[in-house]
Write a protein that binds this ligand. Sequence first.
Ligand code: HEM
Length: 407
Amino acid sequence: MRLGEQEIRLDESFTGDPHPLLRRLRVEHPVRRAVTARGVPVWLVTRYADARALLADSRLSKDHRIAGDLFTKYVTATGGTAGSFTQALAAHMLNSDPPDHTRLRRLVNKAFTARTVARLRPRIEEITGELLDAMAGRDTVDLLASFAFPLPITVICELLGVPGDRHDDFQQWSNVLVSSATADPVEWASLAMSEYLAGLVAAKRAEPTEDLLSDLVHASDEGDRLSPTELVSMAFLLLVAGHETTVNLIGNAVLALLRHPEQLAALRADPGLMPNAVEEFLRYESPVNIATLRFTTEPVPVGEVTIPPGEFVMISLLSANRDTTRFPGPDRLDVTRQPGGHLAFGHGIHYCVGAPLARLEAEIALTRLLARFPDLALAAEPETLRWRDSTLVRGLATLPVRPGEAA
Ligand code: HEM
């Protein structure tokens, strides 16, 4: 049966196993009206060529101030409330167009270049080693809670200068922010997060330390490069983007390997394949399903469809990276494939600023995990694993594994 005029709703029926629907959409309706779990009408884009072109198209805006009005219109029209909760955290580069985007991104670019990030290698290896030590000797562990989550959150908190005692709160807040389908918990989590970050900024101002947040506070106090709201929003973006995604890269990669023993064997036989394999994991089960919202500022023709002005556009990176016209045999995991050009980190001016850090963390985490636990195995039937209830990110809720004897 063709999808025809059927409503495409991006709710839990989509988040559990989105691939079959995405495959059909790429063939039948590559640019298609859909409705988010919160009832907001959007255009869903699923083909690689369209996705890549639209990610770099300046007729699509990300300016939260304009989008804010639109969002209010949409949400109230669908019976919801669109509180001011997002505003305190929304003034960041991923919600900005040039020239604001250029100014904000320039302030942190240097902290995330491949060369700067390479200096973090020893510390990332140390944290990885400690987490693996804690797994040794245990019968079953949730690999996400014990390993894939604490590694990136510790790294980004240390880099920014966020004390380690609130990691659990962060996990809870940001989980609500990326997963919740209703406004109330989001409002609560945003408030908690912005209050905490405002306090932290005040502390860094009173007593600067050697970290990125202190540098940003200094840049903000120096002049007009960063307003107080932009400062808190920047910290928020880096914290959330810095771990919500990398945890899924590591989790999705481990699941993919445990489901493809011949690929796991190839990687164990030649650990030098790991940097290439990380690119393939990014392509095969992209940690960010849908790029953050964009909206049209004028009519935008895409293939046979013209998206009218003032409409939200959702670009599925997960789908684009399985497009058979760009990646032959896209549903096959192949750690020797050259998946260059995948869109897992986006494309254009908003291309992920943290990509070098994410790649380094994943490479170290996966290499060390496989070396330490030669008999690592799934501790649940793959079909019973639960995926997170989020349209935006693609990641498991838990990943039970049996580490086996430590090497
Ligand atoms: C932007 C993915 C890790 C910080 C993006 C975008 C994607 C992405 C797809 C573009 C979104 C869009 O255009 O709508 C990922 C993935 C990661 C990852 C898959 C891990 C596997 C990180 C890390 C950081 C980070 C570790 C840490 C600092 C950012 C920031 C932006 C961004 C600040 C906004 C850039 C801009 O607007 O110019 N990321 N990310 N990301 N990412 Fe990442």
